[in-house]
Design a protein around this ligand. Structure first.
Ligand SMILES: Cc1ncc(COP(=O)(O)O)c(C=O)c1O
Length: 382
């Protein structure tokens, strides 16, 4: 059976060209970038050239790009580092952030290191800007705001300029988890009112286990790991040269075809929205994902009109039919706790209906959407 992969917000397939570049790097550039001899210098040159390319693509300076093992490490380093090194005592975030943000925050709050403030979230998945303004006004001490650019479950895409400007008017640092946007949108980080951001290569057809942080220069952030001076002291440990080079290649390929891929994905998403509504009347789209101006074109989060009994076996049934998608967020899969994002956005009654996230890559086709919709429609009738 041919599998239909509609879970690209969880992870993407690696571009074959990226694999080739990585293989070559593993074979030829085995040096430790910290070694001063020729083999080390060649590896170092690869790392620095990747840093330069990524910085240039994102309107940043090379020293503002710090390589990490991915989004989780980036979020942890920025949030815990801000408390450890920058004297941040109050952090404002939202209940619909990824756990890579929420868990370090609740952990630090439980240890008494910070006071954690949660901004109200509107039913469409956007932070309530009046509430954010109120919170920022009420905290005189050193503070940081952490709000993700694109929500990984419902796709709502905040206005980084509006949020960042508000933060800076109140002297707050601003961090945004951009794991679902970098590679799909060409952000110009240096021009945005942002102090920190994170990205992860496996969300844009690169390897797993590598990502980067954007750390605006002169913020004074330090690292969490001790034991090496790599990455300007912000990330100790020998650099994974092959992963870094693979991420560079994946970003290059993603941005080379960005315009055509975006057009294709927008069409695919609107096709999916209409096909689901047509075949399954009563389908509702969560957050703002019905609106292409307010949400990413890479995903649809649909609440489906199935009763409790049908809902229970829904993902199992789709899996049997070769359709890979996610219940809420894939990072939660295997857990029975349900989605904290949908729990925040939906009423208990709305949450009785099953919600599924279908997330796309440019290689997905309308035929695959047709198959998905016909499997769902047949299941509804069964
Ligand atoms: C918004 C967001 N932040 C962080 C992460 C974690 O990234 P990584 O898997 O690279 O640790 C994910 C992964 O699903 C994500 O979607």
């Amino acid at each position: 059976m041919e599998l239909i992969y509609l879970d690209n917000a969880a992870t993407t397939s690696i571009f074959p060209e990226v694999v080739l570049v990585m293989q070559e790097t593993l074979k030829e550039n085995y040096g430790n970038p910290s070694s001063v001899h020729a083999v080390g210098r060649t590896a170092k040159a690869k790392v620095e050239s990747a840093r330069k390319y990524i910085a240039q693509q994102l309107g940043a300076q090379p020293q503002e790009i710090i390589f990490t093992s991915g989004g989780t490490e980036g979020d942890n380093t920025i949030l815990q580092g801000a408390v450890q090194y920058l004297g941040v005592k109050h952090i404002i975030s939202s209940p619909i952030e990824h756990h890579a943000v929420l868990h370090p925050l609740t952990h630090m709050a439980a240890q008494g290191l910070i006071t954690l403030h949660m901004v109200k979230v509107l039913p469409n998945g956007f932070p309530d800007m009046h509430d954010l303004d109120r919170l920022l006004t009420s905290i005189p001490d050193k503070k940081l705001v952490s709000l993700m650019h694109i929500n990984n479950e419902v796709g709502s895409m905040i206005d980084l300029n509006a949020v960042g400007d508000l933060c800076h008017q109140h002297n707050a640092l601003f961090h945004s988890d951009a794991v679902q946007s970098i590679g799909h949108y060409q952000l110009q980080l240096g021009e945005l009112p942002l102090d920190f951001a994170v990205a992860s290569a496996h969300k844009f057809h690169g390897p797993k286990g590598v990502g980067f942080m954007y750390v605006r220069k002169k913020t004074g952030l330090g690292g969490l790991l001790l034991g090496g001076a790599q990455e300007r002291g912000m990330r100790a440990g020998t650099e994974a040269v092959h992963n870094i080079v693979g991420m560079e290649e994946a970003l290059r390929m993603s941005y080379q075809t960005l315009d055509e891929d975006t057009a294709k994905l927008k069409e695919l998403k609107s096709y999916c929205l209409s096909a689901l509504q047509e075949a399954l009347p009563g389908t509702v789209f969560n957050g703002a994902c019905y609106d292409m101006n307010l949400s990413t074109h890479t995903l649809v989060n649909a609440r489906l009109p199935f009763d409790e009994k049908k809902a229970q076996l829904l993902t199992f049934h789709l899996d049997l039919q070769g359709i890979c998608c996610s219940k809420g967020s894939a990072c939660q899969s295997g857990s029975e706790s349900g989605s904290h994002v949908l729990q925040t956005l939906l009423s208990p009654n709305e949450n009785k209906f099953p919600s599924l996230r279908f997330s796309f890559a440019a290689t997905n086709t309308k035929d695959e959407i047709d198959k998905l919709v016909s499997v769902l429609a047949a299941y509804a009738k069964s």
